[in-house]
Design a protein around this ligand. Structure first.
Ligand code: NAP
Ligand code: ZN
Length: 346
C-alpha cells in the first residue's frame, strides 16, 4: 500500500485535522499524482457535516485536484511521468452502461464512484484531495495545460465543469438572458462561461457588496435579491436561471423571474427539498431542471476551452491548517470566489 497523509474529519462534529492513511498500489491502469493544489468546494462542507446523508468517516474531502504524475501503471497510455493532471468529483464508473458509453459517467446507471465519501468497486472507502497523493484509473484523470496558472485551474475540476455542462447542454449563448443565482465558487464560473458563450448575464445575489466584483467578472447586470424594487424590475425577464445556491431559498419567487418557456437549472444542493408551487411552473410553461458535474469527455473539453480562452477561477490560496476558518468564511460568502489549498503546506 502507499502511505498517504491528509486532513480528515473523524466525525461529522469534529474539525478537519491531520490524518495518515493508505492508498492502493498503482495498478496497471492507474495513475498516481502528487497533489499540488486542491480547491475547497461547498460540497466538502456539506459532506463533512452530513448535510445530505450520513457520510463515511474518517472523511478526507476534496474533489478539485491538480498535480503532477509521479507513477503510471504498465498499461497507461494517456499519461507519462511529470505530466500535469487533474481529478474531479469521480474516480470510477461501470464504463459499460449507456450513459458511460455516451461520456456521461456522472449519470452511470450503477452510480459513479465519488472521489471521497464513497466506496470504490472493491468496497474500500475513497479519500479525496486534501492530501499529498492520489491513485486513480487513467480514464478518470484529466490533462491540464501548462498554459494556465495551476492553483487557479483546480476549481475548474468541479465548479468549472458543473457550470459549463448545463450551459452547453441548454445551448445558452447569444440572444439569451442568463441569470446566475448566487455568486460563489460555482456562480463566478457560471458568469465567466455565460459571458464567454455570448449570453447577457445578470447576477442575482444576496450580497450588495459583490456588485463591483461581479461586473469585473463580465456580468452585465447585478440584482440584489433582498431589494423588492430591483426584483420587480427583472420579473419575467430571463431565459435561464443557473441556480448555484447552497442553502434554502424561495424557488417560487425565482421562477417568477423567468420568461414564458424559461428554464431554472439547479446545480446548488441545499440540504432540504425545494417547495415548488405547481402554478409557479405551469403559469408560463416553465421548466425546473438539474445538472450534476459533467462527464469525462466534457470535462476535458471544458479544460481545453479554458486553456484556449484563458479562463480560470478567481482564488485565494490558503494553508491547509486554515481550512476550518476558510469554511466559516465560505459560509459567510467572504471569499472571491474559491479557496484553494496549497498542498505544500500539508
Ligand atoms: P459557495 O461558494 O458557498 O457559493 C454559494 C453562494 O450561494 C453564496 O456565495 C451566496 O451568493 C449564495 N447563497 C448562500 N446562501 C444563500 C441563501 N440562503 N439564499 C440565497 N443565496 C445564498 O458554494 P459553491 O461551492 O459555489 O457551491 C454551491 C452549491 O453547489 C453547493 O450546494 C454545492 O454542494 C453545490 N454543488 C453542486 C454540484 C453539482 O454537480 N450540481 C457540484 C458542485 C457543487 P451571494 O452572496 O451572491 O448571494
Ligand atoms: Zn465540488
Amino acid at each position: 500500500m502507499i502511505q498517504a497523509k491528509g486532513y480528515a474529519a473523524q466525525t461529522a462534529t469534529t474539525d478537519l485535522a491531520p490524518w495518515d492513511f493508505e492508498r492502493r498500489e498503482v495498478g496497471p491502469h492507474d495513475v498516481q499524482l502528487e497533489i499540488l493544489y486542491c480547491g475547497v468546494c461547498h460540497s466538502d462542507l456539506h459532506q463533512i457535516k452530513n448535510d445530505w446523508f450520513p457520510g463515511i468517516f474518517p472523511m478526507v474531502p476534496g474533489h478539485e485536484i491538480v498535480g503532477r504524475v509521479i507513477k503510471v501503471g504498465n498499461h497507461v497510455k494517456k499519461f507519462k511521468l511529470d505530466d500535469l493532471a487533474g481529478v474531479g468529483c469521480m474516480v470510477d464508473s461501470c464504463q459499460v452502461c449507456e450513459n458511460c458509453k455516451d461520456g456521461l459517467e456522472q449519470y452511470c446507471f450503477e452510480g459513479n464512484t465519488q472521489t471521497y465519501n464513497n466506496k470504490d468497486r472493491q468496497g474500500v472507502p475513497t479519500y479525496g484531495g486534501y492530501s499529498n497523493t492520489i491513485v486513480v484509473r487513467e480514464e478518470f484523470v484529466l490533462h491540464i495545460s501548462d498554459e494556465l496558472p495551476l492553483a487557479a485551474t483546480a476549481p475548474l475540476l468541479c465548479a468549472g465543469i458543473t457550470t459549463y455542462s448545463p450551459l452547453r447542454h441548454w445551448k445558452v449563448g447569444k440572444g439569451h438572458k442568463l441569470a446566475v443565482l448566487g455568486l460563489g465558487g460555482l456562480g463566478h464560473m457560471g458568469v465567466k462561461f455565460g459571458v464567454a458563450f455570448g449570453a447577457e448575464v445578470t447576477v442575482l445575489s444576496t450580497s450588495p457588496s459583490k456588485e463591483a466584483a461581479a461586473k469585473e467578472l463580465g456580468a452585465h447586470h447585478f440584482v440584489v435579491t433582498s431589494d423588492p424594487e430591483q426584483l420587480k424590475a427583472v420579473r419575467g425577464s430571463f431565459d435561464f436561471i443557473l441556480d448555484t445556491v447552497s442553502a434554502e431559498h424561495d424557488m417560487n419567487m425565482y421562477l417568477s423571474l423567468l420568461k414564458t418557456n424559461g428554464t431554472h437549472i439547479c446545480v446548488g444542493v441545499p440540504s432540504a427539498p425545494y417547495a415548488v408551487q405547481p402554478f409557479a411552473l405551469l403559469g408560463g410553461r416553465k421548466s425546473l431542471a438539474g445538472s450534476g458535474i459533467g462527464g469525462i469527455p466534457e470535462t476535458q473539453e471544458m479544460l481545453d476551452f479554458c486553456a484556449e480562452h484563458h479562463i480560470v477561477s478567481d482564488i485565494e490560496v490558503i494553508d491547509i491548517k486554515d481550512i476550518t476558518a476558510s469554511y466559516e468564511r465560505m459560509l459567510k460568502g467572504d471569499v472571491r470566489y474559491r479557496f484553494v489549498i496549497d498542498m505544500a503546506t500539508l
